[in-house]
Design a protein around this ligand. Structure first.
Ligand SMILES: Cc1cc2nc3c(=O)[nH]c(=O)nc-3n(C[C@H](O)[C@H](O)[C@H](O)COP(=O)(O)OP(=O)(O)OC[C@H]3O[C@@H](n4cnc5c(N)ncnc54)[C@H](O)[C@@H]3O)c2cc1C
Length: 355
């Protein structure tokens, strides 16, 4: 009879591979680590975007960095210039290749192509299978394309949330990231209680490329998804839930790359050095702030563009980036101070319908 592994990780995406990679950095492990992944092969299926300080670059490994980003609606556009933070991107394939390389070099860590449907036997079992869309509280739907341009685009800032508007009760915006002089990632995103039609979002991307670059662009790749903004309930866990399943994606934004990288490093250290795991817990401040924003998206989406524009107008870029990446109670207070008071106070009081 073969011995059960010490750690079994179900799902080898961002969270599963990050934990396995961090465990594999320890030359000596207390037992075997198995990571089971259902997919056939890894593709460049997503772009991880995040805010990053210079001191974090060796750890987070950005491939593009831009200190300027814009937020605006049809009437106004605010430029935010980070002094300590830049907006960064990393392609998923770069992350997968790096993690799989570290894992392959460790004799006690085994990556298996295997779909797991029942709880595996191991001292620690982690479950990173994504929750289903039916379980999302608010859905962030987007379609994105990386396009190659015949001429330089001339963009000097990331379009973080451009042309913010509400269409049929859905908060919609355009997102544009320059990836080099002749390449951009263009996405259209909607926040709503139900998933958006991804084909319509794709058409918006094409229309924007035509209006901006005429015929001088070629599509290189696509990505699209419905991402949870809050999870109501979820099916049976096969182990300790991690990644999006474990609430590691920020409710108000869907961002999770940085929180997962930090968590994986800490969790691996705890597991190896103390044979112990402390469940992931998002800070209470963050949950409180995010609940208010979700309430507004659900009940008063018409107020949301104005809130983001007010944040861009009233907050420093670094304070905004800090809020997005590693909120402290102080950052939360700055956000409240920079927001239009009435929507926030009424959302806080659970009465957004009175706005
Ligand atoms: C297109 C896209 C773009 C995104 N962009 C950003 C971004 O810019 N910034 C950011 O911070 N976040 C972003 N996210 C959100 C989040 O960072 C990612 O979804 C991230 O991949 C979540 O990590 P995860 O490990 O929870 O899930 P995943 O990376 O999806 O991993 C789950 C894994 O489990 C596997 N699996 C499922 N069922 C089984 C089973 N039964 N047995 C074994 N394996 C199974 C899947 O094949 C998958 O590999 C994006 C997400 C998507 C989809």
């Amino acid at each position: 009879m073969t011995q059960a592994p010490w750690v079994h990780i179900v799902g080898g995406g961002l969270a599963g591979l990050s934990l396995a990679r961090e465990l594999a950095r320890f030359s000596s492990l207390p037992g075997a680590v198995v990571i089971s992944e259902a997919r056939e092969d890894y593709q460049d299926d997503r772009t991880f975007s995040f805010w990053c300080q210079e001191s974090q670059q060796a750890f987070l490994k950005p491939q593009s960095l831009c200190p300027d980003w814009r937020i605006g609606d049809a009437n106004q556009s605010y430029l935010m210039r980070g002094h300590h933070y830049s907006y960064a991107t990393r392609s998923s394939i770069d992350f997968y290749d790096e993690a799989l390389g570290v894992i392959a070099d460790h004799p006690a860590v085994e990556w298996r192509r295997q779909r797991v449907e029942a709880p595996p036997q191991a001292k620690f079992v982690f479950d990173s299978r994504p929750p289903s869309v039916a379980e999302f509280r608010v859905v962030q739907s987007f379609h994105g394309m990386t396009v190659q341009l015949e001429r330089p685009h001339g963009l000097t800032a990331v379009g973080l949330m451009e042309d913010l508007q509400v269409v049929d009760g859905r908060v919609r915006f355009r997102y544009v990231v320059p990836l080099g002089a002749n390449q951009v990632l263009i996405e259209h995103t909607e926040f709503s209680g139900t998933p958006s039609d991804l084909d319509s979002l794709q058409q918006l991307n094409k229309d924007w490329c035509i209006s901006r670059f005429a015929n001088g662009w070629t599509e290189l790749r696509q990505e699209q998804a419905h991402i949870p903004m809050g999870i109501r309930s979820q099916g049976q866990d096969l182990g300790i839930p991690i990644g999006t399943r474990g609430g590691m994606a920020r409710d108000s934004t869907g961002y999770s790359y940085v929180s997962i990288q930090r968590w994986a490093q800490k969790a691996a250290h705890q597991l190896v050095c103390r044979q112990h795991y402390t469940p992931y817990q998002r800070p209470a401040w963050e949950q409180w702030m995010d609940q208010m924003l979700l309430r507004l998206i659900e009940q008063r989406p018409d107020c949301v563009p104005n809130i983001f524009c007010a944040l861009a107008r009233n907050l420093s870029a670094d304070a905004f980036a800090r809020f997005m990446m590693n909120q402290t109670p102080m950052d939360a207070l700055r956000i409240v101070a920079a927001s239009p008071k009435k929507p926030f106070l009424l959302a806080m009081a659970g009465r957004p319908q009175w706005i």
